[in-house]
Design a protein around this ligand. Structure first.
Ligand SMILES: [Mn+2]
Length: 460
């Protein structure tokens, strides 16, 4: 395991004040690096400047209630004001500091909008404004590129979300700055106590909705702040990949799959764990073997490694688990060749992680937006381009007992190679997914943010 870095304790052992100070320094470097990268993009795409809006609050149809606001990921890549609508960031080819426009109007009805953490504002020239006309005065000319859901700056249509600029941004986003790495690292640290609380709630017989509530309480977050909806699947529900949590307490509890993260500075963690209620049952042993296979798949990653090859490898590893437990009556190689694995493992091994939970740029061959040709057998994989230094990705193999897929398998030509009575024994447990978040460092070492966070929280 020489590939793995020693546990990072540098920032996490600091007291909160010193931590925030270090983070502000990292942030200023982050903005410096992003500014340089985006100036290269402006030169390459022939735009004098780029403005990125955070977005507007959206009202529900025929109602005076707003949906909870979340700034778009292009803005969050720069500014950790995820809940503040009406902000604009202006990057020009030659200005050293970007301008940050913050909507500031008197409003007695709502809580004051969130502000930047101390020290972060030094990275910008901050301008408070009250009407969009004030922002427009700062635009250089008609050739401004503008990224936002709505075109309230009124730029020329072809300069509003220009694809050439979006591709360039997505491409550079693959390599995370040290600030981004620390944000995802911290998002892992904050998620771990919540994962433990959820496990305890399951063991105490809680419903899925109660388990999700325990998770939120333990990480001290609002549900609207979650990077994605908490998936808390008990028993058969562990086989529903995007399960919607239910109120009824399942009896008896057998298994529990939780897929949940935390958002820190606009960056997500994305963590899955699976538990058996009875530590002595076969399903618990299957989780233990999946855990070994998952760590082998993590280790197989690294700079220049192909995530498509790793996905193929993951098919073999999961086939090995199925064979080991007697569910398949043929070799792992034959099972993969006969394309049986898709019935047990219908998703990809992982994806890039950043300000999008499924971060962009992972399929790009170059900054011009050419896509890596999809694999013939696995055309839908989210990650295709070879791993680069400083990328963050997930590794999340799964093994599920999904009735609809199993019915099809039973009716098909390969029904004879499956041990159906054993399948029936595992069906009530739903399935297994284990997901960690990994940084591929410049020196080739891997940092498993999730295992590290679990290990650290055991020590403390
Ligand atoms: Mn994921």
């Amino acid at each position: 395991m020489g590939k793995f870095q020693p546990i990072d304790t540098k920032l996490s052992t600091l007291d909160p004040q010193a931590y925030n100070h270090e983070l502000a320094l990292l942030y200023q470097r982050h903005i410096g690096e992003k500014t340089a990268r985006f100036q290269t993009i402006l030169n390459a795409t022939d735009y004098p400047e780029l403005v990125i809006g955070s977005g507007e609050t959206k009202m529900q149809f025929q109602d005076d209630m707003a949906y909870s606001f979340k700034a778009n990921p292009y803005f969050r890549e720069w500014v950790p004001l995820a809940t503040r609508a009406g902000c604009y960031l202006q990057i020009t080819r030659d200005r050293e500091k970007p301008r940050l426009f913050l909507l500031t109007v008197e409003d007695i009805w709502h809580t004051a909008p969130e502000s930047l953490p101390a020290g972060f504002e030094q990275a910008f020239e901050v301008i408070e404004y009250s009407s969009i006309e004030e922002v427009k005065k700062f635009l250089i000319d008609e050739a401004t590129a503008f990224i936002n859901e709505t075109n309230e700056l009124g730029v020329v249509a072809e300069h509003w979300n220009p694809q050439a600029v979006l591709h360039q941004i997505d491409y550079q986003r693959r390599g995370k700055t040290l600030y981004e790495q620390e944000s995802v690292r911290e998002a892992n640290r904050r998620a771990v106590p919540a994962h433990r609380a959820a496990q305890q709630a399951f063991m105490a017989g809680a419903s899925e909705v109660q388990i999700a509530a325990a998770y939120l309480a333990a990480c001290d977050c609002r549900e609207s702040e979650m990077p994605y909806g908490i998936i808390a699947g008990v028993n058969e529900h562990a086989a529903v990949l995007h399960h919607h949590n239910l109120f009824k307490q399942p009896q008896p509890p057998r298994s529990f799959l939780i897929d949940a993260g935390v958002e820190v500075n606009g960056y997500a963690s994305d963590i899955t764990r699976t538990y058996a209620y009875d530590p002595g049952c076969d399903f618990a042993a299957m989780i233990a073997l999946m855990d070994i296979k998952q760590q082998e798949l993590v280790s197989a990653g690294g700079i220049d490694e192909s995530p498509v090859d790793l996905h193929v490898l993951s098919q073999h590893k999961i086939a090995e688990v199925l064979v080991e437990f007697g569910l398949l009556k043929l070799s792992p190689e034959e099972a993969v060749a006969k394309e049986i694995l898709g019935s047990f493992y219908p998703h990809g091994l992982g994806h890039h992680l950043g300000c999008n939970v499924h971060d962009k740029g992972s399929q790009l061959a170059n900054a011009q937006g050419d896509i890596i040709p999809p694999h013939k057998k696995y055309p839908k994989l989210r990650a295709a381009s070879p791993m680069v230094a400083n990328q963050i990705h997930t590794v999340e193999p799964g093994l599920y007992f999904i009735p609809a897929f199993l019915d099809r398998l039973k009716a098909g030509e390969h029904a004879g190679v499956i041990n159906w009575s054993l399948i029936d024994e595992f069906l009530p447990y739903g399935g297994i997914r284990i997901e960690d978040n990994i940084i591929v460092h410049q020196d080739g070492s891997l940092e498993n943010l999730t295992r590290q966070a679990f290990a650290q929280s055991e020590v403390n």
